[in-house]
Design a protein around this ligand. Structure first.
Ligand code: ZN
Length: 372
C-alpha cells in the first residue's frame, strides 16, 4: 500500500465555490509498481505519455499538490506536480471503479490501460475517450490494447470558480471523467453494446450508443454518490440543459432524438436519468441501493452473453434498445423488478418496445410525462 493524495468523491457536484473537483484527501493505494511516469496496479495501468519524469521513487509516496491543475502557464514545478497528481488521481478512481464493479459481478474485468496526454499534436484537449484498436467506425490509430484503453487529454482552458480562482481544465483531476471512461470499459466487457467481441481486432468499432453513454454516466453517479456528476466543471451550464447531464433531471423518451445525427450523450441522459430514478425507488423501499447496482451489472452481463453467431444489423439494432437491458435487469432481481419497471415507466421506458417507438409514444401519447 502506498500513501497517495487524490480528490475524494463526496457528492462534490452540488457544492458551490470549491477550488477543485473533489475534497483533497489521502488514501492507501494498492500499487504493484511505479515507473518514471506510470502507476501499475492489478486492475489498470495509468501512464503519462508526454516527456519527463514524474516519479523519482524517492519517498515511496504518491503525494503531490494538484497545483490548480497546472497547465502551460503554471511554471515547470507546478505543472510537473499537477501531472503527477493527475496520474495518481486517475489510478485511484480507475481502481476504485473497477474493484466495485468486479465485486458485484463476482469476477475481475480485463486490465485497463489509461494513457494521458494523448492526441496533443492535433489539439489541446480537456476530455477523455475509450478506444479499441481497429479500422472500424471511429478508428483511432493510436489505440493499441485489444482489451480497450482510455485516452485522456493534457488539458485545455480553465474552469472559473466564483470566489475560488480558476483551475486548469485537466481531465485527470476530474473524478467524473475518469469514472465515465472506466464505465465504458465495464460496458465493453459486459453488455458489449456494439458486439465488438464478434469483430476481429482490425474491425473494432468505437462508435458509442446512447445506452453506452447513459450507462457510463450511471456508473459515474453511483461511484461519486451524486446525480450532478459534471457539476463542478459544467457549473455554468444550466441544470435544465441536457449537456449538463444531471441524472436527477427527469429526462424522458420525449427528449430522445435517435437517428444518425443525434448525440448519444444527450440521448443517454434519458437512460441515465431513468436508472437514477429506479435506484432511488429501490432505496425508498428500504433496500440497499447496491442491489440496484448489482442488478444493473448482472443485466448488462446477461445481455452480453446472449449474442448471435454472426454480426448482423438486427442484432446491433436490438442492442441499442433501453427496454432490452431493462428486461435483463428486472430478471436479475425479481423482487425489486416491479419498483425498477415502475420508475423507468415514468421516463417513458417500457418492456418490449424499440427506442424510436418509445420516443414517438412519449411525444404524442396521453401519458406524456414530467419534463425537467
Ligand atoms: Zn462516453
Amino acid at each position: 500500500m502506498t500513501r497517495a493524495a487524490v480528490y475524494l468523491p463526496d457528492g462534490y457536484g452540488a457544492s458551490e465555490g470549491r477550488a477543485g473537483p473533489g475534497r483533497l484527501g489521502e488514501v492507501e493505494l494498492d500499487v504493484l509498481e511505479v515507473g518514471s511516469a506510470q502507476v501499475v496496479m492489478r486492475e489498470a495501468t495509468v501512464r503519462d505519455e508526454r516527456d519527463g519524469t514524474l516519479f523519482t521513487g524517492g519517498s515511496g509516496e504518491l503525494v503531490f499538490d494538484p497545483s490548480g491543475g497546472g497547465g502551460p502557464w503554471a511554471g515547470a514545478a507546478a505543472e510537473r506536480a499537477a501531472r503527477a497528481f493527475g496520474v495518481v488521481n486517475t489510478a485511484f478512481h480507475a481502481q476504485r471503479a473497477l474493484r466495485y464493479v468486479s465485486r458485484l459481478l463476482g469476477h475481475p474485468l480485463p486490465h485497463l490501460l489509461i494513457r494521458i496526454g494523448m492526441h496533443e499534436q492535433s489539439r489541446p484537449w480537456c476530455g477523455g475517450h475509450y478506444r479499441l484498436p481497429g479500422q472500424g467506425v471511429g478508428a483511432d490509430p493510436d489505440a493499441t490494447s485489444p482489451a480497450g484503453e482510455v485516452h485522456m487529454g493534457g488539458g485545455a482552458g480553465f474552469v472559473a470558480r466564483p470566489g475560488a480562482g480558476r483551475y486548469f481544465r485537466v481531465p485527470t483531476h476530474n473524478p467524473a471523467i475518469i469514472c465515465h471512461e472506466a464505465g465504458h470499459h465495464v460496458c465493453r466487457h459486459t453488455a458489449d453494446f456494439r458486439l465488438n467481441k464478434l469483430r476481429s481486432h482490425g474491425r473494432h468499432t468505437n462508435k458509442k450508443t446512447a445506452l453506452d453513454e447513459g450507462t457510463a454516466d450511471v456508473i459515474t453517479a453511483i461511484l461519486l454518490g451524486t446525480p450532478d456528476i459534471y457539476g463542478w466543471h459544467r457549473h455554468d451550464v444550466p441544470v435544465a440543459e441536457q449537456r449538463r447531464r444531471r441524472l436527477d433531471s427527469r429526462w424522458t423518451m420525449a427528449h430522445f432524438q435517435g437517428g444518425p445525427g443525434s448525440d448519444p450523450h444527450a440521448d443517454g441522459t434519458v437512460w441515465a436519468s431513468a436508472c437514477w430514478s429506479a435506484r432511488r425507488r429501490v432505496a425508498e423501499t428500504g433496500a440497499d441501493p447496491v442491489r440496484f447496482d448489482t442488478l444493473l451489472l448482472l443485466g448488462m452481463e446477461t445481455i452480453g452473453r446472449d449474442h448471435p453467431a454472426d454480426l448482423c444489423t438486427d442484432a446491433l439494432r436490438e442492442r441499442r434498445h433501453f427496454s432490452r437491458l431493462m428486461a435483463a435487469m428486472a430478471q436479475a432481481d425479481p423482487s425489486l423488478a416491479p419498483h425498477v419497471l415502475a420508475a423507468m415507466a415514468e421516463h417513458g421506458i417500457h418492456l418490449g418496445v424499440s427506442n424510436n417507438d418509445l420516443s414517438r409514444a412519449a411525444r404524442t401519447g396521453p401519458t406524456r410525462l414530467v419534463d425537467a
